[in-house]
Ligand binder design. Sequence first.
Ligand code: SF4
Ligand code: SF4
Length: 222
Amino acid sequence: MIIAERKPVDEIMEMLQDFKKVLVLGCHGCVSVCSAGGEREVEILASLIRLGSKKEGKEIEVIEGTITRQCDKEYIDSIDQWEGKYDAVLSMACGVGVNFIANLRPTDMVFPAVNTSFFGGSAEQGVWSEQCAGCGNCILHYTGGLCPVARCAKSLMNGPCGGSMDGRCEIHADVPCVWQLIHDRLERVDRKEQLTKVAPIRSWTTAGHGGPRKVVRDDLTV
Ligand code: SF4
Ligand code: SF4
């Protein structure tokens, strides 16, 4: 899922300084699961904005709402239910949701309430870790299911680099060297010979370096 984290309240208050009626809009998708922008977080942020605006001597009217997803036109249209009641939308969805509102609602002012961090999963209670960088050309079948694009600090295709020490990445002692993990895993499943093949030079065009990406499914388009 997409992992996000709420922005500091001061930064949010600064964005909202020119507005009097704000729709704080949550999303029931990934940001709900990672506790950054679901119904509960909308309630908390709305209270913080009310308190913050009082403290600054002005009153911002805050409307709370959460929609199914902010990355889908069908659900973005449901914002119509608050039509005329707000002069800015503060989206608690990931950056995709903010972009969708900007794309589809040309006259709505929209601001991001969260920082979109990465594609990852819950490692333990309250901890999320990056697992995939959405590179568009997955190579996990060569690497035992562990991603060197997202999890190696240098995104090496033929690791480890010379900085790996005792199974740790040179960037920090807390970070495991994913190439060590790949080696150990392939050894465990008796596929270590895969590491003797040198990965060819990679084209990064599918990873966003060739401009904005699009997936078109002919079987689903009308
Ligand atoms: S190789 Fe690319 S698509 Fe596959 S997990 Fe890594 S970043 Fe994601
Ligand atoms: S130590 Fe391992 S994870 Fe860190 S940059 Fe080198 S190969 Fe990548």
